[in-house]
Design a protein around this ligand. Structure first.
Ligand code: SF4
Length: 379
C-alpha cells in the first residue's frame, strides 16, 4: 500500500475515503472527492483539498484540507485513485487506478494468531477498524472491471463477521471476481465457520501458509502450535470442496525438506488446486531474523527442482513466487510467476540488460537486506 504522512486542517473525522479528482467541480457522483491541483483557491464540489504546499492553511479558511504532502507522493496521485486519509495526516492509496486496474486488496487487520519468523508484516494492534474503509473502497470501484480481489492482513479470519460481510458484498458487486483469501487457517479448523466462509462467496481460493510437513518445524516457523489446526482446517476445506492453495515460503529452516513437504501435500491433500513456493521478503520479522532464515535461491535450487519434478509428475499445479529468473536453475523458469505486487516490485540497474525483464518478478523494493546478486540473462 503506497502511503505518506502529511498535515490536516479542519478535519473532524477519524478518516475519510475519497476518490482523487482534478476536475474543478464534481457533482456527478455521490462520492467524496479529494480535489488535487496546484492551487490555493477555493474549488467547490469537493469533500477535501489536497495540496503539496506547506503554507496554505490561512488561504483555505474553513475548508477541510490535507497539505504539505510529500512532493513525490503528490505527483504520483492521479484522477480516479481511491485514497484513505486519516486524522493524523496519513494518506494511503487503497486503490491505484494504474496499478490495480482489474484487482483490489482488502486489508482486514494488523492482528494475527500466529507470529511467523519470516512475516514481513508482524502482528500489531489495530488503531481502527478496516471494515468501513474496505466497504467504501468496494463501492468506489463498483463500476470497474475487477477480476481479482486479495484479502489479507494480519489474519483476516480473526475479523470473522467483517470478513463474511465483505465476502458476500464482493460476490454481489463482482460476481465473477476470483477471491484469494490469505490465511494461516487456524480458525478454519472450526467446520461450521469454514462452511460459513465457503458459502459467503463462490469464488474463494484459500491461500494457506504451509511451511513444513514436520510438526515441530511448522510450529517453530509459525511461532505458535498451529500444525494440527492447519491440517484439520485444510481437510475441512477439502470436505467442503473448496479451492485450496498451499504456500511454502522457503527459508533456511525448511529448504532441505521441500521434497518431503511436497510428498506430504500430495499424499494428504491431493485436492489442492495450487502449490506456491515463495521467496522471502526481508522486512518486519524476516528482517529481524535475517541471519537465521536467509538462504540464497541458488543454494535451494536443486531441492526446489526435486520438489517441483515430484509434484509435476503427479499432475499438481505449481508456481514459484517472488524469485527472479537469474537466481534459479533454468529448469525452474517455467514455474516462475510475475508475482510481486506492482507497488513493491523493483529491478536493479543490471536488469536493463536482461532478456527476461518483461516476465521477471524482479525483487521486493521493501526488502531491507540481501545477499543475492542479480545477473542479466543474455539469451
Ligand atoms: S537480472 Fe533482473 S530482470 Fe533479469 S532475471 Fe535477474 S532480476 Fe530478473
Amino acid at each position: 500500500m503506497i502511503t505518506t504522512k502529511s498535515k490536516v486542517n479542519n478535519f473532524d473525522k477519524s478518516f475519510i475515503i475519497a476518490t482523487v479528482s482534478s476536475s474543478r467541480i464534481n457533482f456527478k457522483r455521490n462520492v467524496q472527492t479529494a480535489y488535487i491541483g496546484e492551487t490555493d483557491k477555493f474549488t467547490f464540489g469537493h469533500s477535501i483539498f489536497l495540496s503539496n504546499l506547506p503554507n496554505i492553511v490561512k488561504n483555505m479558511q474553513n475548508r477541510p484540507l490535507v497539505y504539505d504532502i510529500e512532493e513525490s507522493f503528490f505527483q504520483y496521485l492521479q484522477d480516479g485513485d481511491v485514497i484513505a486519509i486519516y486524522q493524523n495526516g496519513t494518506i494511503h492509496i487503497i486503490w491505484d487506478k494504474n496499478l490495480n486496474k482489474n484487482d483490489a486488496t482488502l486489508f482486514m487487520t494488523n492482528q494475527c494468531n500466529a507470529n511467523c519468523i519470516m512475516c514481513p508484516q508482524p502482528p500489531k494492534k489495530d488503531e481502527h477498524s478496516f471494515y468501513e474503509i474496505n466497504k467504501s473502497m468496494l463501492n468506489y470501484i463498483a463500476d470497474k472491471n475487477i477480476y481479482w480481489i486479495s484479502i489479507t492482513g494480519g489474519e483476516p479470519t480473526l475479523k470473522s463477521v467483517e470478513l463474511l460481510s465483505l465476502l458476500r458484498y464482493s460476490q454481489k458487486l463482482f460476481p465473477k471476481a476470483k477471491i484469494d483469501l490469505l490465511t494461516n487457517a487456524k480458525k478454519l479448523e472450526d467446520f461450521s465457520f469454514a462452511k460459513e466462509v465457503a458459502l459467503s462467496n463462490s469464488n474463494i481460493t484459500f491461500c494457506v501458509s504451509f511451511p513444513s510437513d514436520d510438526e515441530d518445524d511448522f510450529n517453530m516457523i509459525m511461532g505458535t502450535r498451529n500444525f494440527t489446526h492447519a491440517i484439520s482446517a485444510i481437510q475441512n476445506l477439502g470436505l467442503l470442496r473448496q479451492m485450496v492453495e498451499l504456500r511454502i515460503v522457503i527459508m533456511e529452516q525448511n529448504y532441505n525438506r521441500l521434497l518431503e513437504i511436497s510428498e506430504f501435500i500430495y499424499r494428504n491433500f491431493p485436492f489442492v488446486v495450487h502449490i506456491a513456493f515463495m521467496g522471502l521478503e526481508i522486512v518486519g520479522n524476516a528482517h529481524d531474523n535475517f541471519q537465521k532464515i536467509d538462504i540464497l535461491p541458488l543454494k535451494y535450487s536443486q531441492n526446489l527442482l526435486d520438489a517441483v519434478v515430484y509434484l509435476k509428475q503427479r499432475d499438481m499445479n505449481i508456481s514459484i513466487y517472488n524469485v527472479p529468473f537469474c537466481l534459479l536453475d533454468k529448469k525452474l523458469w517455467p514455474f516462475i510467476k510475475n508475482s510481486i505486487s506492482k507497488w513493491k516490485q523493483t529491478y536493479e540497474e543490471e536488469c536493463r540488460f536482461c532478456a527476461k525483464i518483461d516476465n521477471c518478478p524482479g525483487i521486493f523494493s521493501t526488502t531491507k537486506e540481501s545477499n543475492y546478486k542479480l545477473e542479466a540473462i543474455k539469451t
